[in-house]
Design a protein around this ligand. Structure first.
Ligand SMILES: CC(C)(COP(=O)(O)OP(=O)(O)OC[C@H]1O[C@@H](n2cnc3c(N)ncnc32)[C@H](O)[C@@H]1OP(=O)(O)O)[C@@H](O)C(=O)NCCC(=O)NCCS
Length: 185
């Protein structure tokens, strides 16, 4: 019998500039919000990769429903409670996954544009590092995604390699930076 996918605990809130952020295990109810986030042109550009057609709702829901069912993928909703606000809102997603059997567990994250620039992604990565004891961990981002590079480096990731691949969001070959995190902090 395959073991049940472990559900991560709901991590307590962490202060960000202007509010609080926490992760909770994602559910099917989050997928519509995640779909809208991945369609945002500025975020898609920063990501560089992503789906060939970001407006294809059925493809997105099929793929991400598969993520939720996949025991090797942990998918979280990123929740923000703005300063003084009672209502939490979903502002992004975060996941750990295996890109292939030869590569270490990888982290990924995306936020809606209105949540950028307040330290949320830095907290999200820190929370994910608490959630998994596996090391090394991997991460990737496109060479000009300076915000994401900074988020990774602040959390202890170091660049290990670069390679080019076709990025649908750019319609061109793009340079990707590969990162590793070796230490538990
Ligand atoms: C990349 C992303 C996750 C960053 O989220 P965020 O919450 O704005 O990030 P943070 O505020 O935690 O940290 C960003 C850091 O980059 C810095 N930064 C942002 N833009 C910068 C720029 N143009 N030049 C230099 N530094 C920049 C910020 O100052 C901050 O560093 P600091 O805390 O030392 O001041 C968010 O923009 C996003 O979701 N983008 C679309 C999807 C994506 O790119 N995902 C990552 C794929 S690898």
């Amino acid at each position: 019998m395959t073991p049940a996918r472990p559900t991560p605990p709901k991590l307590g809130p962490r202060p960000i500039r202007g509010g609080e952020v926490r992760l909770r295990a994602a559910s099917p109810d989050d997928l519509e919000v995640f779909f809208e986030i991945q369609r945002e042109p500025a975020g898609r550009w920063m990501l560089g990769f992503g789906a060939p057609d970001p407006n294809h709702r059925e493809d997105f829901l099929r793929k991400w429903t598969g993520h939720l069912a996949n025991e090797e993928i942990q998918l979280w909703a990123v929740l923000e409670r703005p300063d003084g606000g009672a209502e939490e809102r979903v502002v992004g997603n975060a996941m750990t996954f295996y890109r292939s059997s030869e590569e270490p567990l990888e982290v990924g994250y995306s936020l809606t544009q209105t949540a950028w620039g307040r330290g949320i992604a830095s907290q999200v990565v820190a929370l994910m590092l608490e959630e998994t004891s596996e090391r090394p961990l991997a991460a990737r981002c496109i060479h000009d995604n300076v915000a994401s590079i900074r988020v990774l480096e602040k959390n202890g990731f170091v660049e290990t390699a670069r390679a080019t691949a076709f990025g649908h969001a750019r319609g061109a070959e793009v340079e990707e930076i590969f990162f590793r995190l070796y230490s538990k902090r």
